[in-house]
Design a protein around this ligand. Structure first.
Ligand SMILES: C[S@@+](CC[C@H](N)C(=O)[O-])C[C@H]1O[C@@H](n2cnc3c(N)ncnc32)[C@H](O)[C@@H]1O
Length: 457
């Protein structure tokens, strides 16, 4: 049920008790389209295009498509006519880079609803926009100067600056990132009702996208009681409180006051905390007021203080360093962990991000597949999975994708270890796979893969 709350705006509340793993809702999108900047993709089926290898441009509007069949795709037809009529020819480069030439597509699809489907257009305009906040940003200044004249003067659409910017703001506030392993490119989608889900840093749902029409399936990850908020996350679970809150403020224009953000220990994970350099025994330095980014941080044992601004600065330095690490090279990631072993405890957000990156390399990346790994590195992968799982149990408990992926990874690593030793896998290992299979039951790609493994095990 959609409710109105003073702080959250519209939000979704459970009208009955919901079981963990239960599908709560399914919905087709009101609109889908490329993100503001996107690698080349087909405007008909939204599959990624490798233009350097082969290129097909629409015979009417010249936008690259995957073939003639997509020229008449219902998603592309209306915009195709507009571009063709205006005589506009897009410049889409053959490389794989994210290109801003795709920026007008999703807003144009929204504007075209005004004539083609007024009820859907009204539904769209009903979403919260945060237009005043967005207008202060540089991106919106650019949109004012480029997108507005593109629509009004070049495409000669019956619209105006305020309507165009409102639509862009609605997209930025409410869109889901539509991730799709088949299409290999992420696009964005606006979903009636489901886009009203509020954010929580300990959310209780997961979602996936099924089929060619981008149907969103929303599933409970933990039991949700009648009257509880149904929540999703607009940020990253492994980020610390400062990073999550500043991202939410910048991108979604609100101050998160959830239980996790208010707790300096983040439910005992100490994800944002650092080790006390004075005690040197693993005592933790935590924020005196996590809802205030300027508040001082103190050691829980000796009271040693770090100013809020020093913590912010330190976090920025660490984030920059992580961004520059070569994510295909485990040595550089392992070196990061060694370099900061004294300052950052093992569950610190930055360590966990690096550990997750390592987890994705060992056993998966070319050159680091299980058959190519030493026994020590297989053990390392097992250790990383277990450490990350312990955090997932607290921050994304129940049937979350995060737990599912880690359980599946752990299963694979334990199988590799058993095979290396010429042993059979034990019950505990099989249980990891059974649990992962339960979690991925509503996600077709992973489900089929795991079901096959279950049959073989
Ligand atoms: C995707 S929309 C959700 C629907 C929106 N509440 C509405 O009324 O249209 C996201 C916006 O909802 C509000 N919101 C969502 N979760 C929130 C939270 N935990 N605390 C405060 N505001 C929240 C913020 O204004 C945010 O930009």
């Amino acid at each position: 049920m959609v409710k109105r709350d003073e702080v959250l705006g519209r939000c979704v509340v459970a009208t009955r008790d919901i079981r963990s793993g239960e599908v709560i809702a399914e919905s087709l999108p009101l609109i889908v389209g490329p993100k503001m900047a996107s690698p080349p993709l087909c405007l008909g089926c939204h599959k990624k295009l490798a233009l350097a290898e082969s290129r097909y441009d629409c015979s009417k509007c010249f936008w690259p498509l995957c073939g003639q069949a997509c020229e008449s795709s219902p998603l592309h037809e209306a915009e195709c006519e507009i571009f063709a009529k205006a005589g506009y020819k897009p410049t889409v480069k053959n490389d794989n880079s994210k290109q801003t030439v795709y920026c007008p597509i999703a807003p144009l699809r929204a504007l075209l609803l005004k004539k083609n489907s007024p009820e859907r257009f009204n539904l769209l305009l009903d979403f919260q926009s945060h237009l005043q906040d967005h207008e202060k940003t540089q991106v919106y200044q650019v949109l004012k100067k480029s997108l507005v004249p593109f629509f009004t003067q070049l495409l000669k659409l019956d619209t105006n600056e305020s309507e165009i910017l409102t639509i862009c703001s609605i997209f930025d506030t409410n869109c889901f990132e539509v991730r799709d392993t088949q299409r290999l490119v992420n696009i964005r989608g606006l979903y009636p009702t489901i886009s009203f889900l509020s954010h929580s840093c300990k959310h209780n749902t997961k979602h996936c996208f099924n089929g060619d029409n981008f149907r969103l399936v929303l599933t409970a990850t933990t039991p949700i009681k009648k009257g509880d908020l149904v929540t999703t996350t607009y940020t990253q679970t492994l980020w610390g409180t400062l990073s999550r809150r500043s991202h939410l403020k910048m991108a979604k224009h609100f101050d998160c006051l959830c239980e996790r953000c208010t707790d300096p220990t983040e439910f005992g994970t100490y994800l944002s905390a650092v080790n006390c350099s004075v005690c040197g025994d693993g005592s933790k330095v935590t924020s005196s007021d996590p809802l205030n980014c300027e508040a001082d941080w103190f050691c829980e044992n000796c009271g040693f203080a770090i100013t809020g601004s020093d913590m912010l600065w330190g976090n920025e330095v660490l984030q920059k360093e992580i961004n520059h690490l070569n994510k295909d090279n485990p040595n550089s990631l392992e070196e990061f962990l060694e370099r900061y072993a004294e300052v950052l405890h093992g569950r610190n957000s930055y360590c966990l991000q690096v550990k997750y990156a390592l987890c994705q390399i060992y056993g998966s990346l070319d050159g680091f597949k299980f058959e190519e790994l030493s026994s020590d590195l297989i053990d390392r992968k097992i250790e990383l999975c277990k450490e990350l799982l312990a955090v997932a149990e607290v921050l994304e408990p129940g049937q979350s994708w995060f737990r599912g992926l880690l359980l599946y990874d752990l299963f694979e690593a334990l199988v590799a270890k058993a095979e290396r030793r010429g042993e059979d896998i034990d019950e505990e290992t099989k249980n990891y796979l059974t649990e992962a299979a339960k979690i991925f039951d509503s996600e077709p790609d992973m489900r089929d893969n795991i079901q096959k493994k279950l049959m073989d095990s």
